[in-house]
Design a protein around this ligand. Structure first.
Ligand code: MLT
Length: 275
């Protein structure tokens, strides 16, 4: 783990491998450990896996907006002296941040991977739900968030429940949520609720884009990324069977193979040789 200073805070980041940079942006309220199934990608790519502002080992400041988190990620690339465009991959909240990077800093993006996420802003009911959860977490602690969220994060079919790593995945999610500071959860819920609708902006994103969603994702169901596929100029969609809102963690082999194939097609076989 490395600590990289930014203008007003610092970020903890885990890096491995060499080659084309792949920035992996975690979901809410998680940290870099949700990408543990992507470690084999370090055989082919340079993995850059931060804890975003407020989360994991990056606790000096609170998240204020998805735009701020996007600017943090670009400042982090600068801090790591990554000058070539990166493949920017984000899950859910990380996907909101990845979209902001694609729009605010297009020259830093070689390819975009949006996972279990959506382009649309929250509905009024969604915002009210976030305010309610924030008030409960502020009063009662992180366990409320863990109990409310974990059942919705993973696929619930028999095939998914019978997966050998199921208990391990649930334990990882619970451990991470319980370790996330209460002020971070409260601040991030406000930032997520205030995020803009990206539907129009994403029509103009020309970077090759891979959209990935678990067939059983109930938080951002496949229809969300089906809509994105129709409106983005260069997007392809993968729906992962027996996966929920955490497709890369639930089905890492399928996710990793799809990501490498996408990069071989868009970036070139010679630069993404192994995997
Ligand atoms: C996430 O997984 O990052 C969250 O579900 C995002 C959200 O609450 O919109």
């Amino acid at each position: 783990m490395q600590i990289v200073p930014l203008a007003d805070t610092s970020l903890a980041v885990h890096t491995r491998g060499s080659g084309i940079p792949l920035l992996l942006l975690h979901g809410f309220p998680l940290d870099h450990t949700m990408w543990s199934g992507q470690e084999p990608l370090a055989e082919s790519l340079r993995l850059i896996v931060p804890d975003q502002r407020g989360f994991g080992g990056s606790r000096d400041a609170l998240p204020e907006s998805v735009e701020q988190l996007a600017d943090d990620a670009v400042a982090l690339l600068d801090g790591l002296h990554v000058s070539e465009p990166a493949v920017v991959c984000g899950l859910s909240m990380g996907g909101y941040v990845a979209q902001q990077i694609a729009v605010r800093h297009p020259h830093r993006v070689r390819g975009l991977v949006l996972v279990d996420t959506k382009l649309e802003a929250d509905t009024p009911a969604g915002r009210a739900g976030r305010a309610d959860l924030a008030a409960k977490v502020a009063r009662l602690g992180q366990a409320v968030a863990a109990e409310a969220m974990i059942p919705n994060l993973l696929a619930s079919s028999d095939a998914a429940r019978g997966r050998p790593r199921r208990a391990e995945i649930e334990a990882l999610l619970r451990r991470t949520i319980l370790a996330t500071p209460v002020p971070t959860i409260v601040a991030a819920l406000a930032a997520l609720g205030a995020r803009p609708d990206m539907t129009d902006a994403m029509r103009g994103v020309t970077a090759p884009t891979l959209l990935v969603v678990g067939a059983e994702d109930i938080l951002t169901p496949p229809e969300c990324l089906e809509r994105a596929e129709r409106l983005m100029p260069d997007a392809r969609l993968l729906i992962v069977p027996a996966a929920g809102h955490m497709a890369p963690l639930e089905e890492p082999e399928t996710f990793n193979a799809a990501l490498l194939e996408f990069l071989r097609e868009t970036v070139g076989r010679s630069r993404v040789a192994m995997g």
